[in-house]
Design a protein around this ligand. Structure first.
Ligand code: GLP
Length: 249
């Protein structure tokens, strides 16, 4: 995985936007996977303001809480509509978000995997990182080969979300995420520093689901200085970033 250390959250978003721009420069109809959470908000604001043509993009998302209707303010569908998708010019038929309000979640998971396949797979998957190292709602202990499925939330995750949050979710699996052609994980703030260290420098283990990025040939982890604070090889990554252009990447 490539670790890119930027000074602050604004610079993280700007660098992430740069990679999104590069994708659109070579593909007008990409398949993009979205993440919910506070971290990608600045990137989503830049995407909205970018002037890029999103009308041919097919959008998917990582995960959703169970039992919430699409209009519920806690639902991830609502969040993505409010913070990115509404006003982006993508037709509804191009947007496939996980529906956690359905009775048969196993069937929804299967249909979702089939839709991903029919779309030809994801070109770029945006990811956040849980404090416990989760990606999507793949909590510690999730199989590194897991597929889209219903998943019970960890107590740490519930504590982060606060009172009244459903205990169950439906999430793309780690195996599903790893099939995206490129991964763009964002992490900012000191609360994420330990999780960042574990996924970038710790062992590959289902105890740290984000460490699965170590298996991916095109995974970028963009962090601010606060989230990079515990990296042993931070200096190396700063050096790489400064010198990258010399090798033409
Ligand atoms: C949540 C979501 C993830 C998200 C992560 C980080 O639990 N399931 O998809 O990326 O935690 O959230 P935040 O960016 O708000 O820190």
């Amino acid at each position: 995985m490539e670790v890119i250390i930027r000074p602050d959250a604004d610079a993280v978003a700007a660098t992430a936007m740069d990679f999104v721009g590069r994708l659109y420069a070579r593909k007008a109809d990409p398949v993009v996977g979205l993440a919910t959470g506070k971290t990608p908000l600045k990137l989503y604001a830049l995407m909205r303001a970018s002037g890029l043509d999103f009308s041919r993009t097919r959008f998917f998302n990582l995960d959703e809480l169970v039992g919430l209707g699409a209009a519920d303010p806690k639902s991830f569908r609502r969040f993505l509509r409010d913070n990115l998708l509404d006003g982006l010019g993508a037709p509804d038929g191009n947007i496939r978000l996980l529906d956690g309000s359905l009775q048969d979640l196993e069937a929804e998971a299967e249909a979702y995997e089939a839709a991903l396949k029919a779309a030809g797979g994801i070109d770029l998957q945006v990811l956040g990182l849980g404090r416990n190292g989760h990606i999507g709602f793949n909590e510690p202990g999730s199989s590194l080969g897991s597929r889209t499925r219903p998943k019970t939330l960890d107590r740490d995750t519930l504590a982060d979300y606060g009172e009244g949050t459903p205990r169950f979710s439906i999430t793309m699996g780690i195996g599903t995420i790893l099939e995206a052609r490129s991964l763009l994980m964002l992490a900012t703030g000191e609360a994420k520093a330990e999780a960042v260290r574990r996924i970038a420098e710790g062992p590959l283990t289902s105890e740290t689901p984000g460490s699965a990025l170590q298996l991916h040939p095109r995974a970028r982890l963009i962090v601010d200085e606060a989230a990079a604070a515990r990296l042993a090889r931070g200096d190396y990554w700063r050096w790489v970033w400064q010198n990258k252009w010399r090798v033409g990447q």
